[in-house]
Design a protein around this ligand. Structure first.
Ligand SMILES: CC(C)(COP(=O)(O)OP(=O)(O)OC[C@H]1O[C@@H](n2cnc3c(N)ncnc32)[C@H](O)[C@@H]1OP(=O)(O)O)[C@@H](O)C(=O)NCCC(=O)NCCS
Length: 149
């Protein structure tokens, strides 16, 4: 028998403290929390909850800007909850939500030294489509990755 699965719900303002913690753990060199805070009420924004404690273990923010393309802006999970299948689960949820808008392409950016995330996305059908010079706050380069739906 399988245990309770991850709960997913829309973000609320009261979640910001936990989101800040995840941002600081996952992106110590960039001010990602500033962006995450500014996008509440603006973009598609969901949190993943640990089913028993209800603690926030990750979140996704995505935008739909054209009839064709969606953009995953931030996708991050608490380090203690990585490698447990939760990222995959939330990515499936995200792609299903995006598909409801008859979108044909999903894009995202990832730091070129973030091997774990690049591998994660490649295994799930994203392809590197270009290099983004000095894209991040710390002036490191990024890759543009795209998945055709
Ligand atoms: C990249 C990231 C989103 C992946 O999330 P995650 O929750 O670790 O993803 P999953 O656990 O679903 O999958 C990761 C790997 O763990 C494996 N895994 C899943 N369940 C597992 C388990 N119970 N035991 C061991 N490994 C497991 C998966 O098979 C997967 O490996 P694969 O890619 O070779 O198939 C996460 O590492 C993260 O938040 N990183 C920091 C922030 C970041 O870099 N975000 C992306 C920037 S755009």
């Amino acid at each position: 028998m399988s245990g309770p699965t991850t709960e997913i719900r829309k973000v609320m303002k009261k979640d910001l403290k936990e989101i800040q913690y995840i941002c600081e753990k996952c992106f110590p060199c960039d001010d990602v929390f500033e962006i995450a805070e500014s996008l509440i009420g603006v973009e598609h924004y969901y949190v993943a909850l640990e089913p028993i404690s209800k603690e926030i273990i990750g979140f996704v923010i995505f935008g739909i800007y054209s009839v064709e393309t969606a953009h995953i802006m931030i996708f991050a999970f608490h380090p203690a909850h990585q490698q447990k299948g939760i990222g995959s689960e939330i990515l499936v949820f995200t792609l299903e939500e995006i598909s409801k808008s008859s979108i044909s392409r999903v894009r995202l950016e990832v730091k070129i030294d973030n091997k774990q995330a690049i591998q994660f996305y490649e295994k799930r059908g994203f392809k590197i489509k270009g290099k983004l010079k000095e894209y991040y706050d710390d002036l490191s380069d990024g890759f543009l990755m795209v998945k055709e739906l």
